[in-house]
Design a protein around this ligand. Structure first.
Ligand SMILES: Nc1ncnc2c1ncn2[C@@H]1O[C@H](COP(=O)(O)OP(=O)(O)O)[C@@H](O)[C@H]1O
Ligand SMILES: [Mg+2]
Length: 195
């Protein structure tokens, strides 16, 4: 196994078997956490990541295929490509992200950490990754937070492509966008108070 990436909470190894490439994502112990909490968080996040990957795969959202699951590790298909944050960003890609997010939200799944660092571009199409903070909810506020993270991370032109596709494709898109405006208003208000 070869270490290919070290994220905030996991190590990613690549391995090959049967002539195919896979990755193993293992959540490592964090010494700054109380041991019981550390064990619980790593196990819970691993389980919810795997559950969400299966659920999204079943409804046709592009995610790496799940191969095997351990207590703190997930073996999945290796995506050949680059992170969205490191590639040429186009309106077309963001339209596809908007469609995927609409499908996912209508299914009652929220990503929880949707940024250009958690989208991989593979054969010119976006694949969502990193579902450790995902949850199953139909709350407009949680859904709005997925949009807000992306909105803060990219240009307004690119975000517009995402939002348009989201609105066209999601049953509850309008409600979520209205809630997003609300969240942003509250955010500005809080920021003013902090100045
Ligand atoms: N299925 C995959 N195929 C190829 N590379 C991957 C895959 N999953 C993760 N990676 C790589 O590992 C990095 C960290 O993975 P990620 O799931 O985002 O974990 P973290 O929670 O540590 O951010 C990603 O930025 C990406 O470079
Ligand atoms: Mg990540």
């Amino acid at each position: 196994m070869k270490l290919i990436a070290k994220g905030a909470e996991a190590c990613i190894y690549s391995l090959s078997a049967f002539g195919k490439e896979f990755v193993l994502k293992r959540r490592e112990r964090k010494d700054y956490r109380v041991p019981e909490l550390d064990l619980r968080l790593r196990a819970e996040r691993t389980r919810s990541e795997a559950r969400t990957m299966l659920r999204l795969h079943a409804i046709g959202v592009r995610v790496p295929g799940l191969i095997a699951l351990g207590k703190f590790s997930i073996c999945m298909e290796k995506l050949e490509g680059m992170l969205l944050k490191d590639t040429q960003k186009t309106g077309g890609i963001f339209t596809e992200v908007g469609k995927a997010l609409a499908l996912m939200h209508d299914n009652g799944t929220v990503h929880g950490d949707l940024t250009p660092a958690n989208v991989m571009i593979c054969n010119s199409l976006p694949y969502l990754i990193d579902f450790g903070l995902s949850s199953f909810t139909n709350g407009a506020e949680d859904k709005a937070m997925d949009l807000l993270l992306m909105k803060r991370a990219v240009s307004s032109r690119l975000y517009k492509s995402l939002e348009e596709a989201y609105l066209t494709n999601s049953r509850t898109g309008k409600e979520v966008i209205l809630r997003l405006a609300d969240v942003e208003k509250r955010g500005r208000y809080q920021n003013r108070n902090l100045e």
